[in-house]
Ligand binder design. Structure first.
Ligand code: KG4
Ligand code: ZN
Length: 343
């Protein structure tokens, strides 16, 4: 019979992630990452200008067995040495999530080890534990991904408070939309960054309430509209725009409020450590401005490597490790969820 698990001190956990276009698997022992493997369908998706859910599901079906095999081999463990399987059950594309979830259920069942259902966003938060094995709550996190933009206060390993979020688009969504306006291919964020590197932030696009750092809400629709209007006005007047300057100006306006509010929030709350997670945290301009702002304010910054900011399974295994210690095991009837509220 499935069940009756003993909790171990330093569990070996397999993480599986399949919420969007990355099929990923990773193995962690306690806090030590042993392997992390990603097979991405981004190149295939780029032909269609964005993620096509059915293509993502099919790609996960083809890749899930391979990423798990590689993750276990690179970790130099046997499958029967696993103590639990942690898997993203939401938020994300339903069909894509179901591939990873069904695979994880079968594996956990056949090995008679616990199944841990991980909220993808909590995974992004847990990425910081991989890059600093000594990191302990409390800390303030800047979360900026394709679906979320928020500042969070993690008080202990399992509880966090949401201090501020976005009133409309997420930061990553804004990067992707501006990429489309500028005619850049998918994935938008990294391409906007690349273009911005050749430009100067000379255009004064609006920033989301940056003057009032105690207001922790963000808004990206005004910035996006300002970029659209700038490009359309220039076109109507027959004027050439400098796309690199537009990208650099947008990037500065999108990122400065994130950095300023995160630092202001840590100082206000008297929390000495700042962490960050989510795809937008792979942005070099964000990384350098957040690093200097934290250094200037005397705050410790734990910044996950870029490969652990964008979607990966190491963060799912890391969050799995926390949930394992808390004994939060999932039932075999657990289903995938397209939307999970941040809190
Ligand atoms: O965390 P993530 O990989 O997936 C979600 O959970 O949403 O974040 C993806 C988002 C996309 O909007 C992508 O354009 C953005 O992160 N992104 C970036 C960069 N790399 C990824 N945005 C700006 N600069 C980057 N270098
Ligand atoms: Zn993500």
């Amino acid at each position: 019979m499935y069940g009756n698990f003993k909790i171990k001190e330093n569990p070996v956990i397999l993480g599986i992630e399949s919420s969007c276009d990355e099929t990923a698997a990773a193995v962690i022992r306690g806090r030590k990452l042993l392997s992390s493997v990603i097979i991405s369908s981004a190149t295939e998706q780029a032909k269609y200008g964005g993620v096509v859910p059915e293509i993502a599901s099919r790609a996960h079906t083809e890749a899930v067995d391979e990423v798990v095999k590689q993750a276990v081999t690179q970790a130099r463990i046997r499958l029967d040495e696993l103590d639990a399987v942690a898997v993203t059950y939401g938020a994300g594309l339903l069909g894509a999530l179901l591939v990873g979830l069904s695979f994880a259920k079968s594996l956990a069942y056949s090995l008679n080890i616990p199944l841990i259902a991980v909220n993808h966003i909590r995974g992004h938060l847990a990425a910081s534990y991989i890059c600093d094995e000594m990191l302990e709550p409390p800390y303030i996190t800047l979360l900026a991904s394709g679906g979320h933009t928020a500042i969070l206060h993690t008080k202990n390993y399992t509880e966090f408070e949401v201090l501020g979020g976005t009133s409309d688009d997420a930061a990553g969504e804004a990067f992707d939309k501006v990429a489309r306006i500028l005619g850049l291919p998918y994935p938008g964020g990294p391409n906007v960054q690349r273009l911005a590197e050749n430009g100067n932030p000379v255009i004064a696009f609006p920033q989301s309430l940056v003057k009032n750092s105690s207001n922790l809400q963000f808004s990206y629709s005004g910035l996006k509209t300002a970029v659209i209007n700038y490009c359309h006005n220039a076109e109507q007047k027959g004027q050439e725009i400098n796309p690199a300057d537009v990208a650099a100006s947008f990037q500065r306006s999108a990122i400065e409020p994130l950095v300023k509010k995160t630092v202001a929030c840590a100082l206000e709350r008297g929390v000495e450590t700042v962490t960050a997670g989510g795809g937008v945290v792979a942005n070099d301009y964000l990384r350098s401005t957040l690093s200097s702002a934290c250094a200037h304010a005397g705050l410790k910054l734990v910044l996950p490597e870029k490969k652990f900011c964008t979607d990966n399974a190491a963060m799912i295994a890391a969050e799995g490790s926390i949930q394992y210690k808390a004994g939060n095991f999932a039932d075999m009837s657990i289903n995938a969820c397209a939307h999970i509220p941040l809190k």
